[in-house]
Design a protein around this ligand. Structure first.
Ligand SMILES: Cc1cc2nc3c(=O)[nH]c(=O)nc-3n(C[C@H](O)[C@H](O)[C@H](O)COP(=O)(O)OP(=O)(O)OC[C@H]3O[C@@H](n4cnc5c(N)ncnc54)[C@H](O)[C@@H]3O)c2cc1C
Length: 428
């Protein structure tokens, strides 16, 4: 009898795992609690436009997502964002981020766009970093401690902190270098200095944009993936939440939608807190963080010139929002589709579930974009809340017999990491 595989969660990771198991001949079913596929890569309809409700791009540090797009027939629709710097808005100043850097670490601190932000003397201090002995680098060294000690306070606060806060939603003094990539502490020892490491990493990065998107929206990727797995005979069941899971007599019994599903292999493709709820033997994850995304459609000619490039990172509690993307300035296809209107996305760290963050969105957008925005400029808006902004990496993705953890359940964050892990697991 063919192996029975049950995947819980039809986000990117669940759909990719379903595809892998189906390709090796297993009988695969997927249960998804939401009404549709894609999880955090899902569509959002606003004023007849289909936008991204969550992820809107993918990192190009590996070819994994672009390769997936090619396999799904979307190669011709992979698009680069507009080339413009991101801005930082702080309580007392606003500035574009230098474009030559890695994680905000400037590879050439004396360049004018770096000097303008951190000043001459800080730039001169940072430029000497390469010639100073590295000393011991502990595996648990935080980015904050390393950057402050070696490149100075201004580089840490004005360049590195905004970039990492935007990506990892964590202060640099709580974020270890190893949390970004477990091999980084050793890479730093090998490179001998932070600037040399940043240079190496930039050299290794593929030429062109650090992120890419898909014309029409990233949701098209999970839509195409769901269509492919369904075409391959995988049973996709939406609107059905896995309530409990238990291992009985060498098989998993999962209660969902009023029935019981039996599987030899259970794949958990849900946020970590939900994975632990279903299988209490899993280690306790860190306290769940929630993020919310406010999408605004604006009729505001003041934004036509894209005053803050493609987006803004907010620091020093300048707004309740932590970041803003001017989506119609970032994606040429969206600018065309929006017909002269502007689409702006603001991301929030949720303090209380269900908080009315839309009440902040318009004033936050005005502050971060540096333009006056009145309620009359706002044509439509939407708020979507998501769990699990920063899952913890797990050492073992097959912690129990017949159990596999993928995507955020495995502590992976971002499409590049998820598709990259899947590419490693899939036979060529
Ligand atoms: C606002 C936002 C913007 C982002 N932007 C980017 C970006 O631009 N680029 C990037 O690479 N990454 C981005 N990310 C991160 C990226 O979206 C996620 O890392 C990735 O989509 C997670 O995929 P996943 O399959 O692991 O989980 P999810 O997509 O969360 O899928 C989990 C699925 O499980 C379902 N589920 C949960 N519990 C149950 C249950 N008990 N039974 C059945 N189903 C259940 C959920 O409904 C969901 O569909 C963003 C995330 C957010 C929230």
């Amino acid at each position: 009898m063919a192996e029975r595989v049950l995947v819980v969660g039809a986000g990117t990771a669940g759909l990719l795992a379903a595809r892998r198991h189906s390709r090796r001949g297993a009988v695969v079913s997927v249960v998804e609690s939401a009404g549709g596929w894609g999880g955090r890569v899902s569509p959002l309809t606003l004023l007849g436009m289909t936008l991204d409700a969550g992820a809107e791009s993918f990192a190009t540090r590996t070819d994994a997502v672009a390769a997936l797009a090619r396999e799904l027939g979307l190669a011709g629709d992979v698009v680069a964002p507009t080339r413009a710097p991101a801005w930082v808005v702080a309580p007392d100043r606003e500035y574009p981020l230098p474009t030559t850097g890695w994680l905000g670490i400037p590879t050439r601190p004396l360049l004018p766009d770096v000097r303008r932000v951190i000043g001459w003397s800080a730039a001169a201090e940072a430029s000497l970093e390469r010639s100073r002995p590295l000393g011991e680098v502990r595996d648990d060294a935080t980015v904050g401690s390393l950057v402050r000690a070696r490149l100075g306070h201004a580089v840490a606060e004005l360049l590195v902190a905004p970039v990492l806060q935007g990506v990892y939603s964590r202060p640099i003094d709580e974020l270890t270098l190893a949390a970004i990539d477990p091999t980084l502490p050793q890479q730093l020892r090998d490179a001998g200095s932070l600037i040399a490491l940043a240079e190496r990493r930039r050299r290794l990065a593929p030429a062109g944009s650090a992120v890419l998107g898909i014309r029409g929206g990233m949701w098209r990727l999970t839509e195409a993936l769901a269509a492919e797995v369904r075409g391959a005979g995988v049973l996709l069941v939406a609107g059905t939440r896995a309530a409990t899971a238990e291992r009985v007599d060498g098989a998993w019994r999962v209660h969902a939608g009023g029935g019981t599903l039996v599987a030899d292999t259970l794949v958990l493709a849900v946020p970590q807190a939900e994975a632990r709820r279903l299988v209490p033997a899993l280690p306790e994850p860190p306290a769940e963080r929630r993020v919310a995304l406010a999408t605004l459609v604006l009729e505001a000619p003041g934004l036509d010139a894209a005053p803050r490039g493609t987006g803004v990172l907010a620091i020093g509690h300048v707004t309740r929002a932590k970041a803003l993307t001017h989506s119609t300035a970032k994606w040429p296809w969206l600018r065309e589709a929006a017909g002269g209107r502007h689409i702006v996305r603001l991301s929030y760290a949720v303090r209380e579930p269900g908080e009315d963050l839309l009440a902040h969105a318009l004033p936050d957008a005005a502050r971060l974009l540096g333009v006056d925005l009145a309620p009359s400029h706002l044509v439509a808006s939407s708020l979507v809340e998501w769990p699990d902004a920063a899952p913890a990496r797990v050492a073992n993705r097959r912690p129990l017999e017949g159990l596999e953890l993928v995507g955020s359940a495995a502590g992976l964050s971002g499409l590049a990491a998820i598709a990259g892990a899947e590419a490693v697991d899939s036979p060529a």
